[in-house]
Write a protein that binds this ligand. Sequence first.
Ligand SMILES: NC(=O)c1ccc[n+]([C@@H]2O[C@H](COP(=O)([O-])OP(=O)(O)OC[C@H]3O[C@@H](n4cnc5c(N)ncnc54)[C@H](OP(=O)(O)O)[C@@H]3O)[C@@H](O)[C@H]2O)c1
Length: 330
Amino acid sequence: MTATIIITGANGSVAIPAVNHLLTKYPDYTAVLTVRNTENTDPNTKKLHETIAKFPNAQTSIRQLDLADLSAVHNFANTIATEISEKKLPPLASIVCNAYYWNLNGDSELTADGIEKTIQVNHISHVAIVLRLLGSFRPEGGRIILFTSNAHFPGKNSLEKYPPAIAVDLDALLHTTPFSDKLAGGMHIYANSKLAILMWGYALNRHLEKDEKLRNITAIIIDPGNLTDSRALRTNTPLFLRVVQRLVLQPLRPLIRLTDPSYRTAADAGIDVVDLATNNVHPGERGYLLTLKKEPSSPDSYNEDTQEKLWVKSAEWAKITKEDTAISII
Ligand SMILES: NC(=O)c1ccc[n+]([C@@H]2O[C@H](COP(=O)([O-])OP(=O)(O)OC[C@H]3O[C@@H](n4cnc5c(N)ncnc54)[C@H](OP(=O)(O)O)[C@@H]3O)[C@@H](O)[C@H]2O)c1
């Protein structure tokens, strides 16, 4: 068995232990690992290089990819598809759409593509990669791992001020809005991006199941939990959140876990993600998970009408035409 697993944001808090687990437990896979900066001058990429260096026989390749640049995303996916068709890479077993962006400390931003950055990185660029590469999976199928968060579920995230909601005008997701309260506004955009990828994931599963050639590909949309040691809490966040991480969440994690076991380390999440990606956990199943538990997602996320509208719109936003993908996008 030889197959490729792609992980985006591969130098992140979840991804580095995920890579370590993959290379330890499933050494036959080829890992394609995307980062924004491939050089060791980036301390997180350095950690990724050090992790890989422990496995001299592993098949790995680190690729540069900025998910805030849609043409780079298309080029990346095309390159991977070509390498698979030319047998330079084994066919895909999984795409782990791990990378994410948020800004809880500033105004919402537009990318060079003219799209709100959080929705582009977290949702649209991953849609582009998945849709472009569905035709490059191995015949026996595989797994797509999408990442949501408790922020998608109104009332579940303590930083929520404005509950997430997908507006009737879906294009509203692409626009920036000035906020007076940057934390609340940034969190709202992040939450909406995580609701969008969740709802799109439900639609993806429905469309995969309907497709004779692709029905062995399953999508899991995971909320990996509250990862108390993640650098996410120190990236584009206000000082108080960094202090809470250091003085409360980290030292008190064992106690907090007694009432809410979703509080855990990024390494715990990384292990689960790889066991799911390789189809060793919940084999052949689809849908939403909170850590590895089957729990209901938010009531709004089950709205099939909105899911289908998002399915069509997301392909359009991702600039995917019917020639670019193996699945029907209408
Ligand atoms: N941490 C949590 O408690 C938590 C909770 C629920 C869900 N999640 C989800 O779990 C996943 C992993 O989170 P994490 O905690 O591991 O986050 P993290 O440690 O902050 O890592 C984020 C990764 O995304 C990359 N990234 C950021 N902007 C990018 C861009 N424009 N293009 C490409 N890559 C980009 C980062 O790369 P750079 O180093 O280049 O910025 C980094 O590799 C995310 O999808 C997150 O939403 C996390």
